[in-house]
Design a protein around this ligand. Structure first.
Ligand code: FAD
Length: 394
């Protein structure tokens, strides 16, 4: 492998994953060009619930990967202006049905056995932890996950991109950042064509284009499928509705809260971020239906927490989860196009700080980290349509 400093590395996509990878590679001394067709952080990462969790991830290695992701943000935050974006506030989950209570108790036990901070708490303790909570009825079981939290992705990504640039990364956005072709160059290099600029020669291309990663694989001519959960057809599971409502009174919630009806957390600008597992929307849902769902989510939130008396829906958006078909991350070199290294995953916010560290280790040392072994793209050469193993809401 050529010396690190002489390696030309193009990172495609400046969501939370690409921005994290560009930051790690630039600080390791590689010559990094970060290409983003829009502005950094405006695609899926902008609308993400951004809950840092490994709350219901399986199998065990994937749980551990996500747990390492939570810890990696905690490591990064203190020296990286964490006050602007890092919110390690913990998470309360309420279950009110028999089936819900049984599942939550079993999950809390399993996570405790796995060394993950989780415990059941009384309603009194839950009220102390989150005074804004309203309890729907007696018989509610509450679990507390103190190691979880969330990030504000916009200020985070802005900081990652700025630090990459200050370490020498060339950041190109808009047409100069829009990749339209990946062609083989000499000696296993790739020629990256953009919509505006001359061709870029790269020793490594890291494709972090979220749900558009399969397009990059096609551009590079790889025979390896990169199967993501369908996001285009009506009824597809990958799109989700995000609602932001406000103003949030000072007596409003400070933690992440989940019930079977609504997921919520505070957001920047005095808003509340809301989602619901049963919001049946896709990219074709008519606007009046989206408005109705948004109003439903706000009503559910008002029943769940205090501090929303004057709140109204400020914005809503259907956004798409980049979900690998088997629910597990896809990270590594592509068979048939080895200069293209891809990284696409659900839970990308939880995972980005740790995954980017593993990717940077692999690209700078040439040694594949053992933690990435289960996630290599070549698993799809033999099994191109694996069954899903994760619910989209986690
Ligand atoms: C509703 C919802 C809730 C979620 N909740 C959570 C959660 O609570 N916790 C969690 O960890 N994860 C959550 N996720 C998942 C998480 O948000 C994503 O995994 C993560 O944001 C993906 O980041 P990314 O950088 O890979 O992709 P993106 O943020 O989509 O970034 C990809 C970038 O690539 C650019 N790009 C694409 N094609 C090209 C091209 N040809 N040339 C140049 N640039 C290109 C795009 O413009 C985009 O900016 C949620 C997702 C959704 C939709």
């Amino acid at each position: 492998m050529a010396s690190v400093r002489s390696r030309r590395c193009v990172v495609i996509g400046a969501g939370v994953l690409g921005a994290s990878v560009a930051d790690r590679l630039a600080s390791a001394g590689l010559q990094v060009t970060l290409l983003e067709q829009d502005q950094p952080g405006r695609a899926t990462s902008r609308w993400s619930f951004a809950w840092l969790n490994s709350n219901d991830k399986a199998p065990r290695p994937y749980h551990d990967l996500n747990h390492a992701g939570i810890l990696a943000w905690a490591e990064l935050a203190p020296d990286f202006d964490g006050a602007a974006w890092y919110r390690p506030v913990g998470h309360l989950e309420l279950a009110t049905t028999d089936a819900g209570r049984t599942e939550l108790e079993a999950r809390a036990r399993r996570l405790t056995d796995w060394g993950y901070p989780a415990r059941l708490v009384s309603q009194a303790e839950a009220s102390e932890l989150e005074p804004a909570l309203r309890f729907p009825e007696s018989g509610t079981t509450v679990a507390w996950f103190p190691g979880e939290g969330y990030v504000l992705t916009e200020p985070l990504i802005a900081r990652l991109v700025a630090r990459a640039a200050s370490n020498g990364a060339d950041v190109r956005t808009g047409d100069p950042g829009r990749v339209i072709g990946l062609d083989p160059g000499p000696a296993e290099t790739l020629r990256v064509r953009t919509a505006a600029d001359p061709v870029l020669e790269a020793d490594e291309v890291v494709g972090c284009a979220g749900r558009w990663v399969p397009e990059l694989a096609e551009m590079a001519g790889s025979p390896c499928p990169v199967p993501l959960v369908d996001w285009e057809k009506p009824g597809a599971a990958a799109p989700g509705l995000v609602v932001r409502a406000g103003p949030l009174a000072s007596a409003g919630p400070v933690r992440l809260v989940h019930t079977s009806e609504v997921s919520l957390r505070p957001h920047a600008g005095g808003l509340l971020h809301l989602e619901a597992p049963d919001a049946a929307v896709d990219l074709h849902t008519p606007e009046p239906d989206l408005r109705r769902w948004a109003a439903t989510l706000l009503r559910r939130a008002q029943q769940t927490v205090r501090g929303l008396i004057d709140a109204r829906v400020e914005e809503f958006q259907v956004c798409v989860r980049p979900m690998p078909a088997d629910g597990q991350s896809i990270v590594g070199r592509l068979p048939g196009a080895p200069s293209l290294y891809i990284a696409v995953t659900h839970s990308g916010v939880t995972l980005a700080a740790h995954l980017s560290r593993l990717i940077a280790t692999e690209l700078t040392t040439g040694t594949p980290p053992a933690d990435l072994a289960p996630y290599r793209p070549d698993r799809f050469l033999t099994n191109p349509s694996p069954p899903a193993s994760l619910p989209p809401s986690r």
